[in-house]
Ligand binder design. Sequence first.
Ligand code: ZN
Length: 207
Amino acid sequence: METNEDDMVRIPEEKELRPGSVDLPRIERAVREILIAVGENPDREGLRDTPRRVARMYAEVFAGMYDDPLKYVQTFFKEQYDELVVLRDVPFYSFCEHHLLPFEGKAHLAYLPNGRVVGLSKLARVVDAFARRPQVQERLTDQIADLLTSSLQAKGVAVVMEARHSCMTCRGVKKPDSVMITSSLRGICRSDARTRAEVMALLHNRH
Ligand code: ZN
């Protein structure tokens, strides 16, 4: 996945996201335009329902635009637990914002609690809410780490994501087996060498 100056876009703040859902008729019109633009006849039988199907698909894969990840971690348990909490192999599906093609893989999360622990399913929901948007993997990883750090006030947070990008598979350099790995470390998981080594070993551990 290439990144250059032209790809840099301003990321809207969470509060700027509109409530509601994606504009289905608008996507349908746009998809019909794309079909015409590539030289297709959008009215032939096989394509007749394509704009509608694609619009519904986008509503699903971009539902995170209308989901607030914070709500999943606002309720937590008060618990004095001083060891790392690790959740590995959370599958995720996202869309590369440079090509609007999917990238998918697994997220591995860890945090060192500071009196607040949260249900593991809630962590998976946070991943989903951020993943279901036009994304780049680096930002996705950072957003999850930042939200866990601020909402749980954790002593340390580590997020590792590994994914295959369709834009690497079906276009451009065509490297189908390459896996992109990103990591975001916060607090003691970043600053303390021992904690950092421990958490990275746990998150990268192969089975
Ligand atoms: Zn891409």
